[in-house]
Write a protein that binds this ligand. Structure first.
Ligand SMILES: Cc1cc2nc3c(=O)[nH]c(=O)nc-3n(C[C@H](O)[C@H](O)[C@H](O)COP(=O)(O)O)c2cc1C
Length: 804
């Protein structure tokens, strides 16, 4: 039985073909905006008033001069015949049975406007307009609708073309035979995005409102407004109303939630025209919140399709009845007697992290400024709003919310080998070493108390250690000691990438630290799909050629050749040689990052840098896993020669150090001292220092793989459609699953099964990884691994059962 709109969504999903479900549910890009719409409502608390004498609140609302039974209308939704054969006719009838509120009919409706008007049973019908290149066809449709008794036009302005809807792209979505717009002539509709690219007029301006006005006497609402400026433009262009909408997150991913922009728009419009809002309205209290923040009414989108799929007209009636009775309940409990009584005092933002919706959606709770603070995030550098910058927020949030869950998420080192006293011993060891080298007491003191050289003061020790451990033979001058490896990446990108046409190539999936650094620096990133044995040279070459054909300059490729984060993949020796050869041939640099190799058991494949005869490799180093992450010490080896215009020569490392002096000045000498002490203790062989640690991680990886194998033997996992890779080292392995393993699945996993993992989709710069899970094995005990895997398997079984 469906008691909430969420229940209807679940029932609909069970009934619909997965590709159609994705077409309905999906948003553009990473679906950040889609998720944000709903979360914005979750972040809003209601402030009820008591003893207000409200027994039966009155939900009737007056909008555009007409009284509606409730401040809710049905959003334009294309191709409703995909959900039910009666399509829009069932929607109109189902709405009429629940309430007299407007139904907006899409340009791409699957039923004739005349037929809908005949079946409307007193429900106001509005026509949504996509202004196609073929204006006469649109004009004809408007004429027919007006003649049939439609009461308003809704001009959609956020779709010069369709947003990049990755689910549809992945599914190769096409309209099934027999599904087509009933009110348009022509063909080529089967792939909606392709049709839109060919037929939508992309170059409209506000004069299109004049044009509409010239062909129709109906009121015109402009749908798709997201800023105060455009709201004013719409009002000044003569619109009779605006619809604050981001198309349900289906157009430009990364625009804000509609509820978040509503206050600024309401302030700008100042009552001149009615404001409607859509996106994420799923409960009666959401309607209250939208009205409190300045909307006159809301549109309901996807839930209508869910109702249709579940029970045609009756389903739509069911959905509306739930929403409207929730609205009545909320008004009663909040002490609100009429719609006109709803004002801004009825809401306040929830504290951060509170109010997260407990449904199959992807919440990302974040504080919201309802009335605007002194700074607007949209005025800050775009990177702060970029999804890549807070990829891990949601995961951290879930981890905090379910502290008892077994977590396979964090890639942090096991702390059983840390010993506080070690730090003092290491620092002492380094200071003694300086004294033994003949430094005076004052010099030894300065070596920890003072600023140090930008390039670092332990470069010799690092160079010795690289020679001893890795067969990397480079002069100390080619090394810059950095604040963690992250700074090394940042410096390398800052120095190498000089113009807007420069491109960094990365694998997909890819470590987020590098894509995040690229974003901070406005560096263009192109992803190359990773294969089972890492980056393929053929793929890389094709990507380089494609970039060059576009007039761009691919300058470097970032790789984690050993036990990669996130996939766990290791490049074989031959592939490394091929990559070096390709880099030489294509004049590319390689950014090699390999933090896990020395904490992995057994012999390791040689580093790219040790095989690099042509100085193609910039080696990014980290002591986070081999010494301890709290030191925040990393380094970069950049032995490439740099020629100056006046014929001088230096090393790339010198340029990196220059930039570093303007970022962190120098890496903490105290931290460098601790790391140097560790290097000295092991005679430069950091691998020896980590023998026990490597054995520990190796054992944890084996244990995890073995437990998975026991719980899901071949036959069972085949039946479930599950598989995983078997890395020989590192912290990560990946699991393929047949269901969508995104944030919603993660929430169910944490909440219902007590196990947390990382959705691999976080690591795909251009989308992907939706059916893959990353497991980190680095810090769990055998018992925790066993319990965690048991829970994970139970979760997987339940998800697979829900699919069937
Ligand atoms: C399957 C689907 C089809 C849609 N078709 C149209 C359309 O033809 N015209 C339009 O202006 N908006 C269209 N929209 C956007 C909706 O009108 C509305 O803005 C959005 O769905 C509201 O968000 P909600 O689904 O979160 O309630 C469509 C949305 C979906 C999900």
């Amino acid at each position: 039985m469906e008691l909430t709109l969420g229940d209807f969504a679940r029932s609909a999903q069970a009934r619909l073909d997965p590709a159609i479900w994705d077409f309905f549910e999906g948003g553009a890009g990473e679906e950040r905006t889609l998720a944000a719409n709903a979360e914005a409502f979750d972040r809003m608390w209601l402030r009820p008033r008591m003893l207000r004498g409200v027994s039966r609140p009155e939900t009737a609302a007056k909008v555009l001069g007409r009284t509606w039974d409730a401040p809710v209308a049905i959003a334009p939704l294309a191709y409703q015949t995909l959900a039910h054969p009666m399509g829009e006719l069932a929607t109109v009838r189902g709405t009429a049975a629940a309430a007299k509120v407007p139904v907006v009919i899409s340009t791409f409706a699957g039923r004739d406007v005349e037929e809908l008007a005949a079946g409307s049973d007193g429900v106001p019908l509005w026509l949504q307009i996509y202004c196609l290149r073929d204006r006469p066809m649109i004009e004809n449709l408007i004429e027919r609708a007006e003649l049939a008794g439609f009461e308003a036009l809704v001009l959609t302005v956020d779709a010069p073309r369709l947003g990049r809807r990755l689910r549809d792209l992945r599914n190769g979505f096409r309209l099934p035979p027999g599904i087509a717009p009933a009110n348009l002539s022509g063909d080529g509709f089967a792939v909606p995005a392709a049709h839109a690219s060919a037929e939508f007029a992309p170059d409209l301006d506000w004069s299109v409102v004049d044009w509409l006005r010239s062909v129709s006497s109906l009121p015109i609402l402009v749908k798709g407004v997201l800023t105060d400026t455009d709201a004013v433009c719409a009002a000044e262009a003569g619109a009779d109303g605006i619809v604050v909408s981001n198309h349900g997150g289906r157009q430009l991913d990364g625009v804000p939630a509609t509820l978040d922009v509503l206050p600024e728009i309401a302030a700008a419009v100042a009552g001149r025209v009615p404001i409607l809002l859509d996106g994420g309205v799923r409960r009666g209290r959401d309607v209250l919140a939208a009205l409190a923040l300045g909307a006159d009414a809301v549109f309901l989108g996807r839930p209508v399709l869910h109702g249709l799929a579940v029970g045609g007209a009756e389903g739509v009636t069911g959905v509306l009845n739930i929403l409207l009775s929730e609205l009545t309940d909320a008004m009663t409990l909040a002490g609100v007697g009429t719609i006109a009584d709803i004002g801004p005092e009825l809401v306040r933002p929830a504290p951060a992290g509170a109010g997260v919706r407990d449904e199959r959606r992807e919440p990302r709770p974040r504080p919201v400024a309802v009335s605007g603070g002194p700074l607007r995030r949209e005025d800050l550098h775009a990177s702060v709003s970029d999804p890549v910058m807070d990829t891990m927020n949601f995961l951290n949030e879930v981890t905090l919310r379910y502290p008892d869950a077994v977590s396979f998420a964090p890639g942090r080192p096991y702390d059983g080998f840390f010993d506080t006293e070690q730090i003092f011993t290491y620092v002492r060891r380094y200071l003694d070493h300086l004294a033994a080298q003949g430094r005076s007491p004052a010099q030894v003191r300065d070596a920890v108390f003072q600023y140090g050289p930008a390039a670092g003061q332990i470069r010799e020790l690092i160079a010795d250690s690289l020679r001893a451990d890795e067969g990397i033979d480079v002069p100390p001058e080619s090394i810059v000691v950095t604040v963690g490896c992250q700074e090394a990446m940042f410096l390398a990108l800052r120095v190498l990438m000089s113009g807007p046409d420069d491109v960094l190539l990365v694998s997909s999936p890819c470590y987020v630290g590098i894509t995040g650094a690229a974003r901070l620096l406005d560096v263009a990133v192109t992803a190359v799909e990773e294969r089972a044995s890492g980056l393929s040279c053929a793929d890389l070459e094709a990507a380089v050629m494609a970039e060059r054909a576009r007039g761009r300059r691919p300058k470097a490729v970032y790789v984690i050749p050993d036990h990669s984060n996130p996939s766990g993949v290791t490049m074989p020796l031959e592939a490394r040689r091929d990559l070096l050869e390709l880099a030489e041939r294509l004049d590319l640099l390689i950014l090699e990052d390999s933090p896990y190799r020395l904490v992995s058991p057994g012999a390791q494949v040689p580093t790219l840098k040790s095989l690099d005869g042509n100085r193609r490799v910039i080696h990014l180093g980290s002591y986070a896993k081999t010494v301890f992450p709290g030191a925040r010490v990393g380094f970069v080896v950049a032995d490439q020669a740099v020629r100056t215009v006046d014929g001088g020569a230096g090393l790339l490392a010198d340029e990196l150090a220059k930039v570093k002096s303007m970022i962190t000045v120098n890496t903490s000498p105290l931290s460098q001292a601790a790391v140097a002490g560790a290097l000295l203790t092991s005679g430069g062989r950091i691998s020896e220092l980590n023998t026990e640690t490597a054995a520990y991680y190796g054992d944890a990886m084996r244990w995890t793989l073995q437990t998975l194998e026991t719980r899901l033997p071949a036959e069972r996992r085949e039946a479930l459609g599950v598989s995983w890779n078997t890395p020989a080292g590192g912290f990560f392995l990946t699991l393929q699953v047949p269901f969508l393993a995104g944030n919603a699945a993660l929430t169910r996993s944490a909440q219902d099964f007590g196990v947390i993992w990382t959705p691999m989709a976080y690591f795909y710069p251009e989308g992907g990884g939706d059916h893959t899970i990353r497991l980190s094995i680095s810090y769990l005990s055998h018992a925790e691994i066993e319990e965690g895997v048991a829970r994970l398997v139970a979760f997987i079984e339940s998800e697979v059962a829900a699919l069937r």
